[in-house]
Design a protein around this ligand. Structure first.
Ligand SMILES: *Cc1c(COP(=O)(O)O)cnc(C)c1O
Length: 327
């Protein structure tokens, strides 16, 4: 079974799935594996590459000239949108939240956005959605054909990529008891939930909310999941009750690095040579480790950590990740 909607070959698929042997042994179970969507390619990888493969097919079909989207300063979604635009020969305008930084201070995703040729518009104190509308209107007045990439790439079309990703996983391994992933705009989890149902996946799909309260996020994920079916000729509806999200690990809030994230990042790095990111996967892995330590995930279960990427942001958090210089 696959997703037959048109897509461009922007992501390297299938991504690898492999066991985390040293980490599993260190924890005394469960048996952990990782799905490497940090290796999708498209300017350092991540989950947005899969979504953009479908969104860009639509943009190109509509003969778009400029992509416009918005996000945080260290948005992985914006960085991969800029790369997708470059790949397809389109211009790209990113609306980023904040005041702007001197070019010399740009690091992580913000540096990459600029290398990839995106034009950046800072929101300063304005509502990002309002600034985005202004940018789109101004471009249209210049006669440009604009394609708006939704926030996080999470509309029905973008999320359909993760229904396809669920089928991809089920061809690699059907036997996981839990899938743990970071969830924010909800499209990744929505696609996995929909594809999981259609492909007969029986385990739990647990989203670790990085910012929103769980009720709001579950409702949003159910809405997105329900919107995918009609694109694929299916009428399935998903309700918030069947979406599993925890918001207990939001710590200091969005993009605030705490001990939970720092320790998970170090553990994955030192046990497995795998880099997590400070905002999403560090938090989701920290949550997974806590659920294991507290017995909510049992030692005899099989757990898949879905690595959604984000690693360029590590470089923007250097001073918070390193204790002190050592000789
Ligand atoms: C965007 C992002 C997520 C969240 O995916 P959503 O589909 O927005 O829920 C998780 N991890 C990383 C690294 C991301 O960039």
């Amino acid at each position: 079974m696959s997703n037959d909607l048109p897509s461009l070959p922007l992501a390297f698929l299938p991504t690898p799935l492999h066991p985390l042997e040293r980490l599993s042994r260190h924890l005394g179970g469960p048996s952990l594996s990782v799905k490497r969507d940090d290796l999708t390619g498209l300017a350092f990888g991540g989950n947005k590459a899969r979504k953009l493969a479908y969104l860009l097919a639509d943009a190109v079909a509509q003969r778009a000239e400029v992509l416009v989207t918005r996000g945080a300063v260290q948005s992985n979604h914006c960085r991969q949108t800029a790369a997708a635009a470059a790949r397809c020969g389109l211009a790209c305008v990113l609306v980023l939240k904040g005041e702007g930084e001197p070019a010399a201070a740009a690091s992580g995703n913000l540096l990459l956005d600029q290398l990839l040729g995106a034009q950046i518009r800072w929101t300063e104190d304005a509502d990002p959605e309002v600034v985005l509308e202004e940018v789109i209107l101004a471009l249209q007045q210049q006669g440009k054909r604009v394609y708006r990439i939704p926030y996080g790439g999470s509309n029905a079309l973008g999320a359909s990529a993760y229904a396809a990703a669920a089928f991809e996983l089920l061809e690699q391994d059907t036997g996981f008891d839990h899938i743990v992933l970071a969830s924010s705009s909800g499209g990744t989890q929505a696609g996995l939930v929909a594809g999981g149902r259609w492909g007969g996946f029986r385990g739990q799909i647990l989203g670790v909310s990085v910012d929103q309260p769980q009720e709001a996020l579950r409702t949003r994920i159910a809405e997105i999941a329900s919107s995918i079916g009609p694109l694929l000729g299916r009428a399935d509806v998903f309700s918030a009750d069947e979406i599993q999200v925890t918001d207990r690990y939001r710590g200091g809030g969005y993009a605030v690095l705490g001990d939970l994230e720092r320790e998970a990042i170090r553990l994955f790095a030192r046990m497995e040579g795998i880099l997590l990111d400070p905002v999403y996967t560090g938090r989701a892995a920290g949550a997974m480790l806590d659920l294991i330590a507290s017995g909510q995930i049992g030692p005899d279960e099989r757990v898949l950590f879905w690595h959604t990427g984000g690693t360029p942001a590590l470089f923007a958090y250097a001073d918070l990740l390193i204790d002190r210089p050592t000789v």
